[in-house]
Ligand binder design. Structure first.
Ligand code: 13P
Length: 346
């Protein structure tokens, strides 16, 4: 394990003005995205969908890294260059999703456990050779009333993430640890805060037990906000206060960095909330960089514009760049909703 390399990579991942693009949808999730805009679902169209984002010029100004899926890591861009080489050439770190997905958790109806530890060491060794600087593992945590999540679900997922993280560091790959508290549900922001606090405390307890080095870990967190079916939706100021409070009580100060998922928020909401979190962090002080690692909130508007028609590529890429610029501003706490209407201020 090269501790200096891991620390350096983690710091690069959360560099000023930049964030991470999550483009690591599994083939079945990528197919769902294609189906949502009526594109035929096959490997070539999944490649074209990646081309839209990964071969877009100038993205290195806003992106420190891109999370890829195994299929994409082995695909080439229209230029004939493998996607991961294209990214590296522009100073963007390629990363790789290594979990095998969340499956039903035996004996615990409504809960999920993430699989993928078997054979992980060998896969990480190959990904390291292919130039991946970081990896990602996502756990899914559902909130339902006061019953879910259970202790068993919280700790089993935390344990799996800690074993994954230790294997990543062994192979000089920075683990992104992603315990996603799902937005779906009618829970309040207070309930989300209590659950997220518990999940994060359990996650870092297991990481410490497995002797994972915090400086070489990036947390991918869900923001703390009311469920999407709750009667009162949270304002950016409420999200910022609850999210920062939760992170400060549960996350070690020497962690490599924190990135957020968008989790089904609209593109505008995800930017406004990230901005509010950073504005508050500037005021209160926070020991970590706080940036984005969005999939849907970065890709959604562009995917709709493209819809499989390459003649629409320029407009689609313009929309993608707009989201990148706005989130880059949000990541610094300098976004404002007016920037949405006016395009992007210089
Ligand atoms: P969303 O931003 O669409 O939630 O995706 C992020 C991600 O990587 C989920 O694992």
């Amino acid at each position: 394990m090269n501790a200096d390399l891991l620390k350096e990579t983690a710091q690069k991942m959360v560099a000023a003005g930049k964030g991470i693009l999550a483009a690591d949808e599994s083939s079945s999730t990528a197919n769902k995205r294609l189906a949502s805009v009526n594109i035929e679902q096959n490997e070539e169209n999944r490649r074209r969908y990646r081309e839209l984002f990964l071969a877009s010029e100038g993205i290195e100004e806003y992106l420190s890294g891109v999370i890829l899926y195994d299929e994409t890591l082995r695909q080439k861009s229209n230029s004939g260059k493998p996607f991961h080489e294209l990214l590296k050439e522009r100073g963007i770190i390629p990363g790789i999703k290594v979990d095998m997905g969340a499956k039903d958790f035996a004996n615990f109806p409504g809960e999920m456990i993430t699989e993928g530890l078997d054979g992980l060491r060998e896969r990480l060794q190959e990904y390291n050779k292919m130039g991946c600087g970081f990896a990602k593992w996502r756990a899914v945590i559902n909130i339902k009333g006061d019953e879910l999540p259970t202790y068993a679900c919280t700790h089993s997922n935390a344990h799996a993430m800690a074993r994954y993280a230790a294997l990543c560091q062994e192979n000089d790959i920075v683990p992104i640890v992603e315990p996603e508290v799902m937005l779906e549900g009618d829970h309040s922001i207070e309930r989300c805060e209590a659950v997220t606090t518990e999940i994060l405390k359990a996650t870092f307890e297991h990481l410490e037990m497995m002797r994972v080095m915090p400086e070489g870990v990036v947390l991918k967190a869900s923001m703390v906000l009311a469920g999407n079916k709750h009667e009162k939706q949270s304002t950016p100021e409420e999200v910022a206060a609850a999210t920062l409070r939760t992170l400060k009580t549960s996350v070690p100060a020497n962690l490599g960095g924190i990135v957020f998922l968008s989790g089904g928020q609209t593109a505008e909401q995800a930017s406004a909330n990230l901005d509010a979190i950073n504005k508050l962090a500037k005021k209160e002080g926070a020991p970590w960089q706080l940036t984005f690692s969005y999939a849907r909130a970065l890709q959604g508007p562009a995917l709709e514009a493209w819809a499989g028609d390459d003649a629409k590529m320029p407009e689609a890429r313009e929309r993608f760049h707009k989201r990148l610029k706005l989130n880059s501003a949000a990541r610094e706490g300098t976004y404002s909703p007016e920037m949405e209407a006016n395009g992007v201020a210089a």
